[in-house]
Design a protein around this ligand. Structure first.
Ligand SMILES: NC(=O)c1ccc[n+]([C@@H]2O[C@H](COP(=O)([O-])OP(=O)(O)OC[C@H]3O[C@@H](n4cnc5c(N)ncnc54)[C@H](OP(=O)(O)O)[C@@H]3O)[C@@H](O)[C@H]2O)c1
Length: 363
């Protein structure tokens, strides 16, 4: 049976993906840093586990055993992605990650030619972030009209169990922007004239009313979705917003703190501190998570659409598992892709999502 190696197998996403893959004709293998934690997660399911000391050791194991698919849930992806992609290209294993930062997503897409030569598939952004809004943009931009301006908005609804932020998420938050072209380090981005350009993080707040009737405010956030939306639409101008964008005092603190984050030792300290912060226990703020896109066409008219999804973590697990399952069963093609660019807009409905048109109808 085809093996999917789930790197970060003890984490929130890794555990969920392994459970979703089990029984789908694919064998999950849990890969992590700690043997005991892996054994607890594998539990009665009896999944194979591999305890390896960090990403380099995981990449060496991929080279040695050439699994069918490698799922990388170990953020920050700017650090874990390159050695794991190298290992997959060397062995022909397919690579999947759940990145959604503006540094990591383009880095994987840039390896298109290498992936074609190696005959393997690289998929970046196989989570709620990227897939939710990419699905809506791709559905609206079906090639019949020319898009000139796109604004995507992700509205994740996420329950918190009160656990710590963790190394992966903390590293991703702190490391997601240095080195991205088109503006200053730790500053926002948008697309103008087809290129990344400066934008204000949390700026240009707009209120959206979801098809459920919830009013949600969202400001600009520099995410990997920006790249996916531009590729899906071909628009020269793209903005990418999130209901999780910092606002008010958090936005001011970010502006003041951004200068400090350019100093590498302070950045590492900030990531270590943030990893230990416990998130407050809170129920999901809304019944659904949503991806939204508004597309302005060259005749000046605008179209809007929504994708309804469950809890954002549940959606991330479902997207990642489905992409891995399809690749393990030979459903991919060589190259480097975002998930909807590879599998089309039907990917979202296959994981339980529902498209909702601007008039509230569900096609
Ligand atoms: N695109 C999306 O929509 C989306 C959605 C959710 C999450 N994410 C991203 O995905 C990542 C994982 O999220 P999560 O919620 O699943 O995190 P999590 O629960 O903290 O799990 C992270 C996993 O990575 C492992 N890990 C952390 N640092 C490592 C290192 N240096 N070497 C090897 N393993 C390491 C942890 O292992 P230990 O048990 O050894 O600590 C754990 O198994 C985060 O970066 C997050 O930002 C993206």
């Amino acid at each position: 049976m085809a093996e999917v190696w789930v790197l970060g197998g003890t984490g929130r996403t890794g555990r969920g993906v392994a459970a979703a893959l089990a029984g789908s004709g694919v064998e999950p293998v849990l890969v992590g840093r700690d043997e005991e934690r892996l054994r607890v997660v594998a539990g009665a399911a009896g999944w194979r586990t591999l305890a390896l000391d960090g990403v380099e050791a995981m990449a060496a194991a991929v080279r040695a055993e050439a699994p069918s698919v490698v799922l990388n849930t170990v953020g920050p992806f700017t650090r874990s992605g390159p050695p794991l992609v190298d290992a997959c290209l060397a062995t022909g294993s397919h690579y999947v990650d759940i990145a959604n930062d503006l540094a990591a997503v383009p880095a994987v897409l840039a390896r298109q030619a290498e992936a074609e030569r190696a005959g393997c598939t690289l998929v970046t952004g196989a989570g709620f972030g990227v897939a939710a809004t990419e699905s809506v943009v791709s559905r609206l931009c079906d090639g019949t009209r020319r898009a000139v301006l796109v604004r995507t908005t992700m509205l994740p609804s996420l329950a918190s169990d009160g656990g710590p932020v963790g190394d992966a998420l903390a590293g991703t938050l702190v490391e997601g922007l240095p080195g991205v072209p088109g503006g200053g380090r730790f500053a926002g981005r948008r697309v103008r004239d087809g290129r990344l350009a400066p934008a204000s993080i949390g700026g240009e707040v707009r209120e959206l009313v979801t098809p459920d009737g919830d009013r949600v405010r969202a400001g600009l956030m520099p995410l990997g979705e920006l790249v996916a939306a531009q590729r899906a639409s071909g628009a020269a101008s793209v903005d990418c917003a999130s209901s999780e964008a910092p606002s008010g005092r958090a936005r001011t603190a970010l502006r003041l703190g951004a200068g400090l984050l350019t100093v590498a030792p302070l950045r590492r300290l900030a990531a270590r501190r943030l990893a230990t912060v416990r998130l407050p226990v809170r129920p999901a703020p809304r019944a659904h998570s949503w991806g939204h896109a508004a597309v302005t066409w060259d005749d000046g008219t605008t179209s809007e659409g929504w994708l309804r999804l469950p809890d954002a973590q549940v959606a991330t697990t479902a997207f990642a598992a489905e992409v891995c399952r399809r690749l393990a069963s030979g459903g991919g093609r060589p190259g480097a892709f975002t998930p909807v660019a590879l599998f089309g807009t039907e990917l979202a409905t296959s994981v339980g999502g529902a498209y909702v048109d601007a008039d509230g109808s569900t096609p």
